[in-house]
Design a protein around this ligand. Structure first.
Ligand SMILES: Cc1ncc(COP(=O)(O)O)c(C=O)c1O
Length: 373
């Protein structure tokens, strides 16, 4: 199979990640933070070293700011439910994923409001579009770093400046960028960064993390291994958010993923963008294909398109018959499709990875050409 659905999760995973998970399964199938015996201490040390690796990679203040979660959605839920209260207002981008929208719509029931910043017409002045939405009760900017539908990147440093000027929390959904674009939590003064480690960081599926120093209220309460006499949740990060048994095996996989990406992040981005440009240029020559992009936006390697008047799922199904995996539909981001004008039929999404080859792209283009005839 030729896998071009890497915006959903990267596949295959690097051999180093597979080895590390398999090794961890043997060595670290232990309940960390609970026992004082050697294997428990070793497991704890390994987990700490992964926190440290992540903190260095994302330029977080310290390893303790790294909280492991089961995916990016959980990290976003901790940030949103933990920081927002009745009467608060937040400004969001017009590209938000349901991982942001659904928690916000749930929070609307207790009186949290949100406004969508209309920044697409003038991406160069994104900050102004967000600023226009700020009200007296605005407490946060919540925005995806890049759209999972059209790849458009939001300017973190400008939005961060805005948050500092107005004293707002800055909550960033880094699902499509961590591992692809450099992110500095400290320089961009991000209060909560949610990461889908299973995407651009090539970690196992079912992994994610939150980098925070803002102590939102926890989403889950329970045992954390220490201070068992205390009837309440610890204040310290990461324990505050990591109740119950951790998953050292998958955490080892996160560490291996970050180590795989970190020395070649820029090369990975260039490789994927080169492949995306080949596809985009070929699509431009084919009048049956329509691509969806935002003028003046920097992008990550994600391209949405449709073929003639076929539905996106029809095209994905035909590609599947040729052994090519792509995702069709709304990609859990109806707001982004509303912004792009594709809410009615969705799009087919092309997303390469570091492992995608030129010959796979050639074959993909041949198949698309057949489908569009
Ligand atoms: C922009 C964006 N945000 C959030 C998510 C949710 O990530 P996860 O599946 O790890 O919860 C995704 C996943 O597709 C995404 O693309």
């Amino acid at each position: 199979m030729i896998y071009l659905d890497n915006a959903a999760t990267t596949s295959p995973k690097p051999q180093s990640v597979i080895n590390s998970v398999s090794n961890a399964m043997r060595k670290y199938s232990i309940n960390s933070g609970r026992g004082g015996y050697k294997t428990a201490r070793d497991t704890e040390e390994m987990i700490y070293s992964v926190r440290d690796t992540v903190a260095t990679f994302l330029d977080a203040e310290s390893a303790e700011n790294v909280v492991f979660t089961q995916n990016c959605t959980t990290a976003l839920n901790i940030a949103l439910f933990g920081l927002l209260k009745s009467g608060d207002h937040v400004v969001i981008s017009p590209f938000e994923h349901n991982a942001v929208l659904r928690p916000l719509n749930q929070l609307a029931q207790i009186g949290v409001e949100y406004t969508i910043a209309d920044c697409v017409a003038d991406m160069d002045n994104c900050k102004k579009a967000f600023e226009r939405c700020i009200r007296k009760n605005t407490v946060a900017v919540v925005c995806t770093h890049a759209s999972n539908v059209c790849g458009a990147v939001l300017p973190l440093s400008e939005l961060s400046d805005l948050c500092r000027e107005y004293g707002l929390h800055f909550i960033v959904d880094g699902a499509q960028t961590a591992g692809i674009l450099p992110i500095s939590v400290q320089k961009s003064k991000i209060d909560c960064l949610a990461v889908a480690t299973h995407k651009g960081l090539y970690a196992p599926t079912g992994t994610g993390l939150l980098v925070t120093d803002s102590t939102p209220n926890p989403l889950i309460y329970g045992g954390t291994g220490g201070d068992s006499m205390s009837p309440t949740q610890p204040k310290e990060i990461p324990e505050r958010y990591e109740s119950g048994t951790l998953n050292p095996v998958m955490i080892a996989g996160i560490g291996a993923g970050v180590k795989f990406v970190s020395p070649m992040q820029e090369r990975i981005y260039k490789h994927e963008m080169r492949l995306l440009k080949i596809v985009e240029n070929e699509f431009k020559k084919n009048s049956s294909i329509k691509t969806y992009t935002i003028p003046n936006a920097k992008i990550v390697p994600v391209l949405s398109f449709n073929v003639e008047d076929k539905t996106s799922s029809e095209v994905a199904m035909l590609l599947d018959r040729y052994g090519i995996a792509v995702r069709a539909g709304l990609h859990c981001a109806p707001l982004a499709h509303k912004t792009l004008g594709t809410l009615d039929r969705g799009t087919v999404r092309f997303a390469p990875s570091v492992f995608t080859t030129d010959s796979e792209i050639e074959y993909f283009l041949k198949c698309i050409s057949k489908i569009s005839k």
